[in-house]
Ligand binder design. Sequence first.
Ligand SMILES: Nc1ncnc2c1ncn2[C@@H]1O[C@H](COP(=O)(O)OP(=O)(O)OP(=O)(O)O)[C@@H](O)[C@H]1O
Ligand SMILES: [Mg+2]
Length: 420
Amino acid sequence: MTEKTTMILIVDDTPANLQLLESILKEKGYEVRGAINGPMALKAARLQPPDLVMLDINMPEMNGFEVCRALKEDPALASIPVIFVSAAVETADKLRAFDEGGVDYVTKPFQAQEVLARVETHLELSRVRGALQRQNAELARTLEHLTRAQVHLVQSEKMAALGLLTAGVAHELNNPLNFIAASVQGLKKTVAPIDELMALCQALPGGICDEVIGRIETWCRENELGELRESMNELVNNACYGANRAAEIVSSLRIFSRMDEADRKSVNLHECLDAALLLLNGSYKDRIRIERHYDDLPPWLCQPGRLNQVFMNLLANAVDAIMAQPEKVDATIRVSTRMEERDGRCCAVVEVADSGVGMTDEVRKHLFEPFFTTKEVGKGVGLGLSISHGIVRDHQGVIEVESRAGQGSAFRVILPQLET
Ligand SMILES: Nc1ncnc2c1ncn2[C@@H]1O[C@H](COP(=O)(O)OP(=O)(O)OP(=O)(O)O)[C@@H](O)[C@H]1O
Ligand SMILES: [Mg+2]
């Protein structure tokens, strides 16, 4: 195969050799340039890099090996294939030619056909190598993009979890705090007359007993003592309930805030599920009944922070699937756990089943793809399940899905027991 635009540089100090090669190559349609010594050849190559160099070895001033070395040391010229052409037939010479970076060796006197065959082969190889290098560069660029996208995804993973978490916590803490605030306000009103009574009691030992006793009697007439005590107790109880609830939420948060822990740890998976349910409570409270069916599970070795995100994503999806059917009564999320043997490995199975909208086969096909969502803009990003899939895979596990459109869905997380 010949190409008009292919340029070959011939370097030989014997004009007759130069002309012979030139005519063979020109006849085949190659553009040919000649140089009668090394320095000239390097100058010509730098001025306009050729596609291939045919290089004599024995030349005065600078021999072929030195010219080849100089070409290979120049990054702009290093990839140009060099074919040595020489009468020297010692094996050592041939070996040195390859050592210096030559791709082939033609012995003088040569056959025109042989020279052309070798030239064409090396031009083709060079073209293929160039194409491969370009593809490699393209692949390297793609890999860099992917790495950047992955970093972005990890960031999104944290942000998505953080978003769910912040909303849940704000909602949940608001309730008990309102309880405490209201109780304390009530207590303040109740405490005012009691404060008055205590002041009277303080005055008793002073001697003017009759007057003080009279005022205490008036106080008792004006204040319903029984009612006061009852309301005081109730308010104190309410404040305590609020405080305990707030403490529970903070403790769930502690379980959840293992978020950044990459380390493996043995944890109680039920605690993780309860924490996620509690933090999501605000989004379903009055609408959905939660059924828990927890089996006996031993402490499970996992990356708790990341697994919490899986549970949170599955539960949040279950809540969304139910909320998408506001008219449907008897909405339930069933959270269950059990031990199972899969492929000879002992596994913990965590199942989140909802009575929500379910999904079509088409949705199921794309479920775990990043950014696949059927939710309206602002409601879903489409990352929850793809992130969860990655996390469960990192735990050597799988997520199984069963769903019937209009009936509900069940997501099963299978977590094999990991070696310590
Ligand atoms: N329990 C479920 N019931 C019905 N459809 C579901 C359920 N879980 C997931 N899906 C479907 O799978 C899609 C992808 O879920 P995924 O959790 O990955 O993203 P998302 O919930 O839409 O957004 P994000 O979780 O990022 O906020 C959902 O949009 C929904 O169509
Ligand atoms: Mg989701």
